[in-house]
Design a protein. Structure first.
Length: 92
């Protein structure tokens, strides 16, 4: 449980795998696009230490080599909806 909470945005580079430094215990809420930039939004404790969190970004119709995707976070659209990406957090 967080003692303090704040809503933060984390820009994502659109590639197969991306690692984002986030406050420990951050609760991922959604993935979407803002001003043509893919982002994650999370509820965080701003005073918590930081930890790396890994995400897979997979385009519709693309295969994932391992066959496992992780925990689904959200779907976002780019290029006026012609590109659709799905975000999964890697699980330990």
């Amino acid at each position: 449980m967080m003692t303090k909470a704040s809503m933060w945005k984390f820009p994502l580079e659109v590639r197969d795998r991306v690692v984002v430094m986030m406050p420990i215990g951050a609760r991922i809420l959604c993935a979407n696009v803002q001003r043509d930039v893919a982002c994650l939004w999370a509820l965080v404790d701003p005073d918590a230490g930081r930890e790396p969190r890994a995400f897979r970004i997979i385009g519709t119709g693309h295969e994932h080599p391992s066959g496992t995707f992780g925990r689904y976070v959200g779907t976002f659209f780019m290029a006026d909806g012609s590109l659709v990406f799905h975000v999964f957090e890697e699980e330990d």
